[in-house]
Design a protein around this ligand. Structure first.
Ligand SMILES: [Zn+2]
Length: 377
């Protein structure tokens, strides 16, 4: 077993990371790849390998702490709002300048580094230009172009590709004991995104939500049903986002209350309780802003599923020999393919992409999605 097992179909990247662990170290790395290619999974595995005595065995306490995000020498940065500000970055840079608590390295893993504001990027640049001797920066972004040139030119870039479904399926079979047919269907539906594939194969409610998204093309036939489909799509994404954030929120609050010693008595308790109220308010603000981001990301994921469905329709219409993402929706696919033209399908894909773009411009989700479903008719 190794921490790199999770990285399905990324042999070239894994061999470079392994040799870096063995010796040739660089202080700044940039993991890029499209959504679902596993860039943060790769960065996390690399962090584990750097901090593990055995090069990333996957089972020792250090490896387990990295997986849980609790390792003392791992600073895990995940922008919780829509952007990452300069104050947060300065705090981070200060912490990153320290020495590791126990091991060889202090690893800073910065997910979604493309969400840095411009001033935050400047603060980050300084830290990467003059790294502390035992600090390693791991940045993740969709593509190198998402970071300013000055930062990306100082990083060693690891480019991940979307792994083939068969590679994802074999990880699900071997690591999660999922039945091969179900694993392959889930891997195809998740288009290479291993976490999503695992959820689809193991969580019935995730599978039900995907089915709801994919029923949109069948429903959107005239104005009334198109509007209803839009409302359902937005609600589905909101429900999914809510279930994700609820699982995170309560344990965080619980941990905070414990840290402030809630329930204890004695000297200083009243003062500590006042401090806790402020910290709790801070945490709630961050959770709220995270909820907004998760909601937006979830809706975007649903739209990508929808685009993939129409891509499949186009493949059927053109008779191309390409693997279908939604082979399990075969009858719907073929019905829609035979009832329309490739030009119409392309127009629909464009409508989905335009909707995604409008959402990044902060158009109200329901409005943007309604406009899209009407174009799908
Ligand atoms: Zn280990």
């Amino acid at each position: 077993m190794s921490v790199f097992d999770e990285l399905a179909g990324q042999d070239a990247v894994v061999s470079q990371l392994r040799s870096a662990v063995a010796g040739s170290m660089t202080h700044a790395w940039l993991f890029t790849g499209p959504p679902g290619s596993g860039r943060s999974v790769a960065a996390r595995a690399f962090a584990a390998a750097l901090l593990c005595e055995f090069g990333g065995c996957g089972v020792c306490p250090s490896c387990r702490q990295v997986r849980a995000g609790t390792h003392a020498d791992l600073l895990l940065v995940r922008p919780e709002g829509l952007s990452y500000g300069v104050k947060q970055t300065r705090d981070l840079v200060l912490r990153a300048a320290g020495a590791p608590a126990g091991g060889r390295w202090l690893v800073v893993l910065f997910e979604d580094a493309d969400r840095c504001t411009e001033q935050a990027a400047n603060a980050l640049l300084k830290a990467i230009e003059e790294p502390a001797p035992r600090t390693v920066w791991l940045l993740c972004a969709p593509s190198p172009e998402d970071l300013v040139t000055t930062i990306r030119s100082r990083c060693r870039v690891m480019t991940l590709r979307v792994p083939p479904s068969s590679a994802v399926a074999s990880v699900l079979v071997q690591r999660d004991g999922i039945d091969p047919d179900r694993a392959l269907a889930a891997a195809r539906a998740a288009q290479g995104h291993i976490g999503r594939a695992r959820r689809l194969a193991t969580d019935p409610s995730a599978a039900a939500r995907r089915a709801a998204v994919l029923s949109v093309p069948v429903q959107a036939t005239s104005l009334g049903p198109a509007l209803a489909a839009a409302a359902a799509l937005v609600k589905t994404a909101e429900d999914e986002a809510k279930s994700v954030t609820e699982q995170l929120d309560e344990p965080e609050k619980e941990a905070l209350r414990k840290a402030f010693g809630e329930g204890s008595t004695g000297k200083g308790v009243a003062k500590a309780m006042r401090g806790m109220a402020g910290a709790l308010k801070d945490l709630e603000d961050r959770q709220k802003s995270r909820a907004t981001r998760v909601k937006r990301d979830t809706l975007d994921g649903a739209l990508l599923d929808l685009a993939a469905f129409y891509r499949d329709v186009l493949i059927v219409q053109l008779g191309a020999d390409v693997e279908l993402a939604n082979a399990d929706q075969d009858s719907d696919l073929r019905r829609i393919a035979s009832g329309s033209t490739p030009e119409a399908t392309l127009r629909r894909i464009q409508a989905v992409m335009r909707c995604r773009e409008r959402l990044t411009l902060n158009v109200a989700p329901l409005l943007a999605v309604e406009e899209m479903t009407i174009s799908l008719c």
